[in-house]
Unconditional design. Structure first.
Length: 208
């Protein structure tokens, strides 16, 4: 792994090409980010359990495993950061699969450090604004089962009026998965419909 000492935010970069890793680390360091670079997916997934990055750049073709498989794993482990897929052989089919898998966007190689920084900062800003817009959700109800972190995220999306598809896009999940979470949330709260659900969870004082 390669670190720099700045602390604007942590960016995880996974790429088996040394020159690409070093160029990104330099550009991101100059922009004020702490960069953590990995050569393989196993190291990235291990580090993710200890740190929460502001953004992830993930090469689609890696020696140990497919980048899109790692993308799915990141989303399964609730990585809340925007994830960019990078590739020198990007095509429409791959881009569609990446977006459906939860990627924020695809960056085609070769790319400039400035371009990468601009797109990363825009993604981080979008995610930050979205998170700030979510209402506080009560996590505990007397005699009830507390919401999980993911259930609270889904409920927050419901509360601001997002559709299942919109919530799925923001959380890197499928619309069907969102529907499943909605059903679990309704059952925990004992609500018969969405209006009743929101009345109950938003009318109570927030507790973490």
């Amino acid at each position: 792994m390669l670190w720099n000492s700045t602390a604007k935010g942590e960016i995880f970069v996974i790429d088996d090409d040394v020159a690409t890793r070093e160029a990104l680390a330099t550009a991101l360091g100059e922009a004020g980010y702490r960069t953590v670079c990995f050569a393989d997916g196993t190291a990235l997934l291990s580090q993710l359990r200890a740190q929460a990055p502001a953004c992830v750049l993930l090469e689609v073709r890696l020696p140990d495993r497919d980048g899109l498989d790692i993308l799915k794993k990141l989303r399964a482990e609730n990585c809340a950061a925007p994830i960019f897929i990078t590739s020198a052989t990007a095509n429409i089919a791959m881009a569609v699969e990446a977006i459906h898998g939860g990627a924020y966007d695809v960056i085609e190689k070769p790319f400039s450090g400035r371009e990468a920084v601009e797109r990363i900062e825009a993604a981080i800003e979008e995610f930050s604004q979205t998170d700030n817009a979510l209402p506080d959700i009560r996590l505990h109800f007397p005699g009830g089962v507390p919401f999980t972190r993911r259930e609270r995220e889904v409920l927050g999306r419901i509360a601001i009026g997002e559709t299942n598809k919109e919530a799925a896009r923001k959380l890197g999940l499928s619309a069907r998965t969102i529907e499943g979470y909605r059903a679990k949330i309704m059952k925990k709260v004992g609500a018969r419909n969405a209006a009743e659900l929101l009345r109950r969870v938003l009318s109570q004082p927030y507790t973490a």
